[in-house]
Each structure stands twice: as structure tokens, then as C-alpha cells.
Design a binder for this molecule. Structure first.
Ligand SMILES: [Zn+2]
Length: 79
């Protein structure tokens, strides 16, 4: 049988617990960023009035529903 001193047992359990939390956190962030990118895929910001609207990718120049200006599909940057 393996004998481990009590402080090492507590330390090991703490490390395993924190590693689990860190792993779940990283997986959650990856899933959240994928979902946010999927949600932004068809979102277009009008270059004239700066309002945002959804348009299908099939439209080559979707018109803004607020001002009627044609817009291009441009990948939006986060920062
Ligand atoms: Zn507009």
C-alpha cells in the first residue's frame, strides 16, 4: 500500500480539483467563443448609419433596413 503524508494528500487533492476547474473553464471559453463567432457570422454593421442587422450570406449586397444603404459582408473584428 502506498503511504502518503496527510499534507501531500491534501495538496494532491487540491491540485486535482483546481486542474478540473481550470479544464472546465477552458472548455467553456472555447465553446462560448465558437458560439459568439457563429452568432456574428450573419451580423452586418451598416457602414453609413452604424446600425447592426442580420442578413443571409446569399445576398451579395444586403441593404440596411434602416437607411437602405447596400453593405458588404465583412468579417467583424472583436477589437
Ligand atoms: Zn444603415
Amino acid at each position: 500500500m502506498i503511504s502518503i503524508p496527510l499534507p501531500w494528500l491534501v495538496f494532491t487533492a487540491l491540485i486535482v480539483f483546481l486542474a478540473g476547474i481550470f479544464f472546465v473553464w477552458i472548455c467553456y471559453e472555447i465553446a462560448r467563443k465558437r458560439q459568439a463567432a457563429k452568432d456574428r457570422k450573419n451580423l452586418i454593421r451598416c457602414h453609413l448609419c452604424a446600425r447592426e442587422f442580420f442578413a443571409e450570406k446569399l445576398d451579395s449586397l444586403p441593404q440596411c433596413p434602416y437607411c437602405g444603404s447596400p453593405n458588404e459582408h465583412v468579417a467583424q473584428r472583436l477589437f
